[in-house]
Write a protein that binds this ligand. Structure first.
Ligand code: GUN
Length: 312
């Protein structure tokens, strides 16, 4: 595995009376891997001049997490030479108004990618909104067409960014996937379902178990995982007794928990009890700095691909 993408092997604290054991656990540096991809995209974008890929971000309302995510996406787009436009609508926007705006962007040849940041206000049906985006501009990979292409293993659609980022993290850290048992916890449209399909696809060839909130004996299943992917939005759901020694653990959770010692009053934690799980693992992603930066990097890659596929 490339040494600059994996941080510091650690020593496991010794048990009473026994010498400290050296464990092979290492933290995956998602920022470093994302930087490699961003550099690759930047070089490719530069070679396209005078074509400038253009992505439109639609944000509805003032959800602080959404503001932060979209701002990071815009900042990275600027870094790689992708043009981005932000359109902000009030939470009261009607279904008709939003669908009409997406329709206009669909028809605009100067726009290569469209992303509607989730979550959406309750009067809007997220599936309907995502499905209104032309598949050729669906850089998020959330439309029925994109997900259907993933299921049918057709290359002519964009993979969802977080799932694609997870598989890229595994590949770039030299983690074997073929024949391994990947257990995915969480069945969301954004992560759980598409990452299960991607790991299962020919070429990746994992054996996949997809768990969710109604799964019985969750720990019995997660303990079988060679690769464990937690995407539930439940802080510290995955505890040390749920993880096999030497597993690779990918934590997709980004949960704000109150922390009076922090200036902003909260800290970010994943779905995995990092402190206690990490010493058992071969590789683990931290939160923040693991999967998050990969989502943005893969969005840049999808936007580049959308621009390349569009007529000049
Ligand atoms: N909300 C949280 N993650 C995502 C994402 O990857 N794309 C969109 N559109 N919304 C999100």
């Amino acid at each position: 595995m490339p040494p600059d993408t994996v941080q510091n092997s650690t020593s496991v604290p010794s048990k009473k009376g026994s010498p400290a054991q050296k464990n092979t656990m290492a933290t995956i540096d998602g920022n470093a891997i994302a930087r490699q991809i961003i550099q690759e995209v930047r070089e490719k974008v530069a070679s396209l001049a005078p074509l400038v890929p253009h992505v439109v971000f639609i944000r509805i309302g003032e959800d602080p997490a959404s503001i932060s995510y979209v701002s990071k996406k815009q900042k990275t787009a600027a870094e790689v030479g992708i043009k981005s436009t932000l359109e902000v609508f009030p939470p009261s926007i009607s279904r008709e108004e939003l669908l009409a705006r997406i329709g206009t962007l669909n028809a605009d040849p100067s726009v290569h990618g469209i992303l509607v940041q989730a979550p959406l206000p309750p009067q809007l049906n997220a599936t309907e909104v995502f499905n209104h985006i032309r598949p050729q501009k669906d850089v998020d990979g959330f439309t029925s067409t994109s997900l259907g292409c993933l299921a049918q293993e057709l290359p002519n659609a964009f993979p969802a960014c977080t799932p694609a980022g997870i598989v890229e993290l595994l590949k770039r850290t030299g983690t074997p996937i073929a024949g391994k048992h990947a257990v995915v916890v969480g069945r969301s449209l954004i992560v759980g379902k598409p990452v299960a399909l991607l790991l299962l696809a020919k070429g990746n060839d994992a054996t996949v178990t997809l768990c969710h909130s109604r799964t019985r004996n969750l720990a019995d299943l997660t303990r079988q995982a060679d690769i464990l992917i937690a995407a539930t939005g439940k802080p510290n759901l995955i505890t040390a007794n749920m993880v096999k020694e030497g597993a690779v653990v990918i934590d997709v959770g980004v949960n704000r928990v109150p922390d009076a010692t922090k200036k902003n009053g909260y800290r970010l934690v994943g779905d995995v009890d990092f402190e206690n799980v990490a010493p058992k693992t071969a590789l683990i992603t931290p939160v923040p700095g693991g999967v998050g930066p990969m989502t943005v990097a893969m969005l840049m890659r999808n936007t580049l691909a959308a621009a390349l596929a569009s007529p000049l």
